[in-house]
Design a binder for this molecule. Sequence first.
Ligand SMILES: CC(C)(COP(=O)(O)OP(=O)(O)OC[C@H]1O[C@@H](n2cnc3c(N)ncnc32)[C@H](O)[C@@H]1OP(=O)(O)O)[C@@H](O)C(=O)NCCC(=O)NCCS
Length: 151
Amino acid sequence: MQIVDIDFCVPEDLKSLVAIEAVCFDIPWEEHLIERDLNEPGYAIYMKATVKGVIAGYGVLGRVESTAHLMNLAVLPEYRRNGIALQLMAAFDEVSREWECRRMCLEVRASNSIARNFYSSMGFAYSSRVKGYYADGEDALILVARLPLRL
Ligand SMILES: CC(C)(COP(=O)(O)OP(=O)(O)OC[C@H]1O[C@@H](n2cnc3c(N)ncnc32)[C@H](O)[C@@H]1OP(=O)(O)O)[C@@H](O)C(=O)NCCC(=O)NCCS
């Protein structure tokens, strides 16, 4: 495992996050939405994992009542399988417990078996399926885990 620096994102991180989105997703989050979130922190918190000054991955967490909502998580391909996403999840686990959340939920593409394996290893289980959730028509699976996560 590579120990990385985990911290909150700042507006200056925008270009790095947009670059991660472009590499990691077929339908990336739009730059202006990320920019708005970074400049007007409120509902969503953004955290980054930095390796030798490079942002190697990031994630986004929100909250609905007593449920934390993992809204995004991505690590650049050349940094994967080093435990970086795991360390971001550990930070989100801590934030969720500060928020006094009892569980965490997320949506994942039905075809994304890598992410599904990753999440199930820390206690996420299938809750339901949302037909045509993504812009290209793919279904989302809703996964839910009790907190603390199994990290
Ligand atoms: C899913 C993702 C965030 C994982 O990031 P990562 O930093 O490589 O994950 P970690 O190294 O912390 O993996 C932790 C564990 O998850 C599982 N895992 C991660 N990647 C895996 C893979 N390619 N195949 C099988 N298991 C995998 C393993 O159990 C791994 O532990 P191990 O390496 O000791 O075996 C990364 O693959 C990614 O960015 N994918 C593209 C974006 C995406 O799909 N995001 C999720 C949206 S819901």
